[in-house]
Design a protein around this ligand. Structure first.
Ligand code: TRP
Length: 463
């Protein structure tokens, strides 16, 4: 991670010789961090888990998790990163030398490998759907037939082919160090994705029968909620904001000292939430209008949206553009995930960038293929803790590794960092902002207790 940032910084300050002085503007930080946050988590994962967990009530709990946990963890990561001016492992080593806190950084590394394994698989699905859209495959097909095509596709071997393409694109970009160019390009393309989502939501909402989907998303049925769904909402708030793995911590180390960390965190979280809500508004009205099941699982978006494109003039071209942009949004995420691994290998294991990229991509190609194959009859019966390998990688990261990383991060900030150091990072024009004391209470007590309670309950220890 930090390596690429040094590159960003180096190109910005060729003459100054200062290596780590950060993003040029506040908008730059927000764009880069939102780029990490916004991805398949918003457009693919959010609708499918919201559908599985009963809709509106789940959405409300998810939003509460964003506010009470997500904002606090993100601010905590920014505080550590900007204070230490270092990466996820280095930060802990610098602030608390000779303690095991830095192991949090290694946990982020494992998360990155596991996320890449299933995320590249889903990104590959987008590529395939891009081709299906261009070739107008869905024209005139019934909603059932469209759902069937998805099932048939993922239970075959071709998803591995697309996944490998995604991994090769990702590795080439990371290896060639052209991440900047891609990020610049995505700054133009991502707003376009937003526009398409707005149009899609508009079309979806005007389909006959759409209102049932709107009630599903916004009219809470609290009976659908249990401890398990709270656990899943919490996990997704970490996943969607890229928290608990040191990624935001690293971004924090590049934020200018004058910048207002609090408002930056709020802006990123709002951007991320808006995209998820728009995806929900595109998917659920269509799900109900076409008589699909909201609890369909990971195929939900792929089964629902082609029907909407079928009801838009030039829908196949529009759909192709949508899946192309979604694949690009996914690739910007896979790039930063791979970058996490490559940077750790380079800096901590001291191997060359080329070796680090080839080695990590090779490992992920194998673990990733296992995720793809776990949707086929070949490996669908191989279960880890009762999950297929795909579900294992998805759930163990979002629901366990990332929240545990986040818990450690808030405990570190709340209980190990000096209060004056934290307050220093929150200062605005030399003055303590109103939320400084609120943050101290949240980071010390509220957020760690919330995460711990949800966890202990899930593990059956309390509740
Ligand atoms: N937040 C990303 C999404 O919603 C997924 C993600 C999790 C991620 N951790 C990350 C992306 C780290 C980049 C880096 O799609």
């Amino acid at each position: 991670m930090s390596v690429s940032h040094k590159k960003i910084v180096a190109t910005k300050n060729e003459n100054s010789g200062i290596v780590r002085d950060g993003f040029g503007s506040k908008l730059g930080v927000i764009a880069a961090a939102s780029g990490s946050a916004i991805g398949l988590g918003n457009v693919w994962r959010f609708p499918y888990i919201t559908g599985e967990n009963g809709g509106a009530a789940f959405l409300i709990i998810y939003l509460a998790c964003i506010v009470l946990v997500g904002l606090v963890v993100m601010l905590a990561e920014f505080v550590i990163g900007r204070h230490s001016q270092s990466n996820a492992i280095g930060s802990f080593k610098k602030i608390a030398p000779k303690t095991p806190w830095f192991l949090t950084g290694w946990m982020g590394l494992i998360s990155a490998v596991l996320i890449l394994s299933f995320y590249s698989c889903v990104a590959g699905w987008c590529l395939h759907y891009l081709i299906l859209m261009i070739s107008n495959t869905f024209a005139g097909a019934s909603p059932d037939a469209i759902g069937g095509m998805f099932g048939e596709f993922i239970s075959g071997y071709s998803p591995i082919f697309y996944q490998v393409i995604i991994l090769i694109i990702t590795a080439s970009i990371v290896y060639l160090g052209v991440k900047n160019g891609i990020e610049k390009m995505s700054k133009i393309l991502m707003p376009l994705l937003l526009v398409i989502l707005v149009v899609l939501a508009g079309r979806s909402l005007t389909l006959p029968g759409a209102m049932e989907g709107v009630s599903f998303l916004f009219k809470p049925d609290w009976s659908a909620i249990n401890a398990q769904s709270i656990f899943i909402a919490l996990g997704h708030s970490f996943f969607t904001l890229s928290l608990g793995m040191g990624v935001m911590l690293t971004y924090g180390s590049y934020i200018n000292k004058k910048e207002n960390l609090g408002s930056t965190v709020v802006a990123i979280s709002i951007a991320d939430t808006v995209v998820a809500l728009l995806a929900g508004l595109a998917v659920f009205p269509a799900v109900f209008a076409f008589g699909l099941a909201p609890s369909e699982g990971p195929g939900l978006v792929f089964a629902a949206l082609p029907n909407v494109f079928n009801h838009i003039p030039f829908g196949n071209m529009f759909g192709a553009l949508f899946f192309a942009l979604l694949a690009i949004a996914a690739i910007t995420s896979t790039i930063s995930l791979l970058e996490v691994i490559v940077a750790y290998l380079e800096e901590e294991v001291k191997i060359s960038r080329k070796r680090a990229t080839i080695l990590s991509t090779g490992v992920i190609a194998i673990t990733g293929a296992l995720c793809s194959l776990s949707n086929t009859p070949l490996l669908s019966d191989v279960k880890i803790f009762g999950w297929t390998m795909f579900d294992f990688a998805d759930k163990i990261t979002a629901n366990y590794l990332m929240p545990i990383g986040g818990l450690i991060i808030v405990i570190f900030v709340g209980w190990c960092m000096k209060k004056s150091d934290i307050e220093n990072e929150l200062l605005l024009d030399g003055k303590k902002p109103w939320y400084s004391d609120v943050f101290m209470v949240l980071v010390k007590f509220v957020t760690p207790v919330l995460i711990a309670v949800v966890f202990l309950n899930q593990l059956g220890i309390i509740g």
